[in-house]
Design a protein around this ligand. Structure first.
Ligand code: KMH
Ligand code: ZN
Length: 272
């Protein structure tokens, strides 16, 4: 039976705390949320850190402190975001690796991001990828658009396999400017993947969350859920926290006979 990796993305960089008080933005809130999500079935956590005023930050000390706190309190794989916010400079995003996470995100191209631009020029991606190889940090290739599959393939061809030898990517569907959060978009993305890919997950932002989740399970993929991507559990019913999104994903995975992976199994999947 093929098991399911659930990654939780609890915070993100876009939602203001003032708009969503239940968003975990302090270290204590993040750790409490991480523990609840692990108990509900998450094996990896995708982390964006906030400052004392709840604004996104890539402060190196805060990143290190967050990695340690999550390691002390959970067994989950700690994946730091190198995407940060659309306003973060590229050099600060490269420096995220200095916090020595288990894993990191690595977005495979520039994409319009609502009214903003999420900038990932080739030289930045190549430098970040080489640094992950050097540091032994496992990248998760983030794919917001179809052309980004081509760029991921180029990274693998030019620089060889990631640390750990496995190739894991994640479709982030539904950003205004990228692929929509629909089943046909996910199918197109999966069909375009190169044979080097050993595992993939998907998340649908907003309304497309559940169709993408169900299709991903049906197609043998893994799942990302969390308040970075979804603030509503159902129409007009805001999420109370990340754990209920994880619990629902775990329940659907169980029903489809794709039971959730433990963190130890997820480490094996990702070559950690
Ligand atoms: N916050 C977005 C601009 C990642 O974490 O690597 C980028 C993002 C992707 O969330
Ligand atoms: Zn992110």
């Amino acid at each position: 039976m093929k098991r399911t990796l659930i990654t939780v993305a609890p915070t993100g960089a876009e939602v203001p705390k003032a708009d969503c008080p239940q968003l975990p933005t302090t270290l204590d809130e993040l750790v409490a949320e991480a523990k609840a999500c692990e108990a509900a079935g998450a094996a990896m956590i995708h982390v964006h850190v906030r400052d004392d005023r709840h604004r996104p930050t890539l402060d190196p000390g805060r990143l290190r402190e967050t990695v340690s706190a999550l390691r002390e309190n959970t067994a989950m794989i700690v994946q730091l975001s190198t995407g940060g916010s659309v306003h973060d400079p590229l050099d600060a995003r490269l420096d995220v690796l200095r916090a020595a996470p288990d894993a990191c995100s690595l977005t495979c191209g520039t994409v319009n991001f609502g009214d903003d631009v999420f900038s990932n020029p080739w030289p930045f991606m190549a430098e970040l990828y080489r640094r992950t190889q050097f540091a032994g940090v496992v990248p998760e290739f983030e794919l917001f658009d179809l052309g980004q599959v081509t760029a991921m393939t180029r990274l693998l061809e030019e620089f060889g396999p990631p640390a750990g030898g496995k190739v894991h990517c994640d479709f982030v569907l539904g950003v205004p400017g990228g692929l929509p959060a629909t089943v046909p978009a996910l199918v197109a993305g999966v069909q375009a993947l190169p044979p080097a890919v050993t595992s993939w997950s998907a998340t649908g932002i907003g309304r497309g969350h559940l169709p993408v989740l169900a299709a991903s399970l049906a197609m043998g993929g893994h799942l990302r859920v969390g308040m970075e991507d979804n603030l509503f559990f159902a129409p007009r019913r805001p999420v109370t926290g990340n754990a209920e999104l994880v619990a629902r994903a775990a329940s659907l995975a169980n029903q489809l006979q794709r039971p959730v992976m433990s963190p130890a199994e997820a480490r094996e999947l990702l070559g950690l």
